[in-house]
Design a protein around this ligand. Structure first.
Ligand code: ADP
Ligand code: MG
Length: 316
């Protein structure tokens, strides 16, 4: 059993709950990260090659607000691509430190490295005209209306019935620019933390890379990264143990092992909310169809039970 799973190359995508508690302080977020990295270290020490990727929705939105609040002519707010890089750095630093501490504690000979990662998108992606990606804090209706005073140009949408959030363009990832480095790090037994927040969206313009305003969904970039580094498995860890049919309704049903064609039908039938579960389902479908390998959507608390076939397992 152990041998069969050894040296499986896995991309693990971590959601908001892996980083953020209700408290946005660095102390609280690092505490959450340390808890998460204990789980991830276990996966690695059990023999899997793991490349980590993570979301940055709350952090990128919060930093954007902070940047604009403190901006002056002499000290202007950074644009969204640079803010994306800043959150890759801060979250990556927390994860890297937590993993290295855990490895040291367990006497495991590896190190983590957070990589500032760029992701190529299409400048003509229709997403630039239709913002869908929720970032930053949740607001109730009144709070949202008040925010409009300070940011009349921001667009807000309901996020899975949990309140309102600012939304930005979320172009589809075409290629993880730094995939060769990620592969190399894995081959040398290091643990890459890459394409955080979906990677910084860049377009190719006359042979060089240019940052663009948007936030790539980390579920899609995780699938792309898994594909680009030839991963054996894509594991998306979130708050819920499974994707569900009729979510939040009386007849809610957990999806277990599911063929990709069946899952496509469920997707068509509208079971998954945009901006939360839907991108995970679409990412899983894309990875499984492109590679023939499995994708798993489950909770962080299930991460060390993957051999028991927990969660929503998508196969071809
Ligand atoms: P992450 O930060 O991990 O990306 P999201 O909040 O974006 O997490 O997505 C996970 C959330 O998706 C769940 O907590 C749940 O509220 C929501 N969700 C929407 N539709 C479904 C569904 N059909 N099955 C399970 N969860 C769903
Ligand atoms: Mg999400």
């Amino acid at each position: 059993m152990k041998e069969a799973t050894k040296m499986k190359k896995i991309v693990v995508a971590l959601g908001g709950n892996a980083i953020q508690a209700n408290d946005n302080s660095a102390t609280a977020q690092q505490k959450a990260v340390r808890k998460t990295m204990k789980v991830i270290a276990q996966m690695i020490e059990n023999g899997d090659q793991v490349a980590i990727t993570h979301g940055n929705g709350p952090q990128v939105g919060n930093l954007l607000l902070q940047q604009h609040k403190g901006a002056s002519d002499a000290n202007p707010a950074m644009p969204l691509d640079t803010i994306s890089a800043m959150t890759q750095g801060s979250i990556g630093y927390w994860m890297q430190k937590a993993l290295d501490d855990q490895f040291k504690h367990d006497n495991y000979p590896s190190q983590a490295v957070a990589l500032v990662t760029q992701t190529i998108v299409d400048i003509n992606d229709p997403a630039f005209n239709n913002p869908t990606k929720p970032i930053g804090p949740f607001y109730n209706f009144n709070e949202m209306q008040k925010q409009r005073i300070y940011h009349p140009d921001y667009i807000y949408k309901q996020d899975a019935g949990r309140g309102y959030r600012q939304v930005v363009a979320s172009p589809k990832p075409l290629e993880i620019v730094n995939a060769p480095i990620i592969k190399n790090l894995l081959n040398n037994n290091f643990v890459p933390i890459a394409a955080g927040g979906g990677g910084i969206p860049v377009v190719v313009d006359h042979g060089h890379l240019d940052g663009v305003a948007g936030v790539i969904d980390k579920d899609f970039s995780a699938a792309k990264m898994a594909e680009d580094i030839n991963a054996d498995e894509l594991v998306i860890l979130t708050t819920v143990d499974n994707a569900y049919l009729n979510y939040n309704e009386a007849n809610q049903t957990a999806i277990g092992k599911v063929k990709v064609d069946q899952l496509k039908q469920y997707l068509k039938d509208g079971h998954f909310a945009a901006g939360s579960m839907k991108p995970k389902i679409e990412a899983a479908i894309e990875f499984v169809e492109k590679t023939g390998n499995r994708a798993i959507i489950t909770s962080l608390r299930n991460a060390n039970k993957l051999n028991d076939e927990v969660g929503t397992i998508v196969y071809n």
